[in-house]
Design a protein around this ligand. Structure first.
Ligand code: GRF
Length: 217
């Protein structure tokens, strides 16, 4: 397996998307390795899952702000990712908005997954926003990260139906399951260099997975 494509995973939460990615790599489905896992939350499940898998995992204190990293923390994140020589940064439940120097250091090499069909329902608790709005279909989106909130070019989306008896929890569970399928498929394409960007449009050079590579149903 070609393991020269190095991934840094950054998250704040329980790390189920990290687990899906690590499992897909371990199963030989993604020609890549996870070089480092970073978190702004010392007790985050994502760090424990990484350590269980013997993947270098580091807590970096986020500093004085609630929704972004302060300058010192930003420098520490950038330096840890540069030392690990990562080709791609996979945000997996990272609860802070990335700013200037971080984005500049890895421009075009940061991706995120969001639990709605963007541009609908950016921001927090997107599954609850979708349920409250009354949409019949929602889903998840993998996108490049830019300076906006959940706003960068869209790589792929997977749809999830909303049922009449859904609660926020049941819908969130269904979206999470879709994320665990979609994110590894996108990372495969990124690791193989099969994805390019023209303005806001992301082009898949070829698809191993389905005839319309942008939408997974
Ligand atoms: C996911 O729902 C993702 O869409 C959002 O944060 C959540 C992370 O979940 N950005 P997990 O930590 O991967 O389980």
């Amino acid at each position: 397996m070609n393991s020269s494509f190095r991934i840094g995973v950054v998250g704040s939460g329980k790390g189920s998307n990290f687990v899906a990615l690590a499992d897909a790599i371990a199963a030989g489905k993604i020609p890549a390795e996870i070089a480092v896992v970073l978190s702004d939350v010392e007790s985050a499940g994502i760090l424990a899952h990484a350590r269980d898998r013997k993947i270098p995992a580091q807590f970096i204190p986020p500093g004085k702000f609630r929704t972004k990293l302060d300058e010192e923390a930003e420098r520490a994140f950038v330096s840890a990712l540069q030392s690990a020589k990562v080709d791609l940064i996979v945000l997996a439940g990272f609860m802070r908005v990335l700013k200037g120097d971080f984005l500049r250091a890895f421009a075009g090499h940061i991706v995120n997954i969001h639990p709605s069909l963007l541009p609908s329902f950016p921001g927090l608790e997107a599954w609850k926003q979708a349920l409250d709005h009354g949409v019949k279909v929602t889903g998840c989106t993998v996108h490049f990260v830019d300076a906006g909130v959940d706003a960068g070019p869209i790589i792929a989306q997977q749809t999830v139906p909303v049922f009449e008896n859904d609660t926020p929890e049941s819908l969130h569970r269904r979206i999470h399951a879709a994320e665990h399928e979609l994110y590894p498929q996108c990372v495969v394409a990124l690791a193989r260099g099969e994805i390019s960007v023209a303005g806001r449009r992301v082009i898949w050079k070829k698809s191993q997975t389905c005839s319309n590579p942008y939408i997974f149903t």
